[in-house]
Design a protein around this ligand. Structure first.
Ligand SMILES: [Zn+2]
Length: 289
């Protein structure tokens, strides 16, 4: 199986975890959005986090959206996932670029800048839940961990990584989220953080041949790791002409007639997949009625 997420528990259920391999998903995002390497890394990390967090939604049809609004060159970065491993996203300025850090790593925090991380859970019925935190580092993993501790009171260890080839294709992408359940000792998180530090970055581990399963077993080994689920992950956009029509109708008759008068047609591009939907003057007048 290519891209997938493992769900695991350890320490007699006091700890739960997600381990993700998202290389093809991030590769598809790069293909669609033509992102620069550093934006591939930023968007890829956010897509990976969203895909894992989506699996925690109550209903598989619910949607989880992560929005990073920073003052850096990339602008807004957004990823949205359902509870079934479908994820999609976009970056405000996909071609934004800055030099790597002195340690040669892609400067994700530099491209994002300072700002906020917003987490939205939409069940489609009630008002969506929305929680927001200030970005701590702009490296995304730390910001997600901070969100879990501040908004959810869940101590968490989060790792996200994307490694980009010289030809701009995605070499490695993935991450994990490990969380303490209520009643777990705080010392567990210290133990885990030590273990994570000693193992190294997620992309290095994948580069060295680890897969989500072997990584889960290695990282959680002393705690009795139990893998409970394996979920395929895909970059999926479910846009279609009917949805785009609805969005156009929401502009109102006056605006639609104005577009029909002035432009004689309209082209709507999907933010997530770049598919374009064309409407001629007749279509626009029809939607305006
Ligand atoms: Zn689309």
């Amino acid at each position: 199986m290519s891209d997938h997420i493992l769900r695991a528990t350890a320490a007699s259920g006091k700890l739960r975890a997600f381990f993700a391999d998202t290389r093809d998903t991030v590769g598809e995002a790069r293909r669609i959005h033509k992102t620069s390497p550093v934006v591939s890394a930023a968007l890829g990390r956010l897509l990976t986090a969203a895909a894992m967090m989506g699996l925690d939604l109550k209903n598989p049809g619910d949607l989880l959206t992560l929005v990073i609004k920073g003052d850096g060159p990339v602008g807004t970065v957004l990823a949205t996932a359902d509870g079934k491993g479908n994820v999609k996203g976009y970056a405000g300025v996909p071609y934004a670029n800055i030099p790597p850090k002195p340690n040669k790593k892609l400067d994700v925090s530099g491209i994002i800048g300072t700002g906020t991380l917003n987490v939205i859970k939409d069940t489609g019925i009630k008002e969506p839940y929305s929680g927001s935190v200030e970005l701590q580092t702009g490296e995304i993993a730390e910001d997600i961990a901070y969100y879990f501790s501040q908004s959810q009171q869940i101590p968490s260890a989060v790792a996200l990584g994307v490694l980009v080839n010289a030809d701009l294709s995605i070499r490695r992408a993935g991450g994990f989220i490990i969380q303490l359940m209520p009643g777990a000792e705080d010392s567990l998180i210290d133990f885990l953080e030590d273990r994570i530090r000693s193992l190294g970055s997620i992309t290095t581990l994948y580069e060295n041949g680890y897969k989500p399963e072997s990584l889960a077993r290695e990282l959680l080994r002393p705690l009795g790791c139990k893998i409970t689920d394996k979920i395929p992950v895909h970059y999926t956009c479910n846009c279609n002409k009917e949805r785009v029509k609805k969005a156009l109708i929401s502009l109102g008759s006056a605006e639609l007639n104005k577009i029909a008068d002035e432009d004689k047609s309209a082209t709507v591009n999907c933010h997530f997949c770049s598919r374009s939907y064309k409407f001629n003057e007749y279509d626009l007048r029809n939607l305006a009625r």
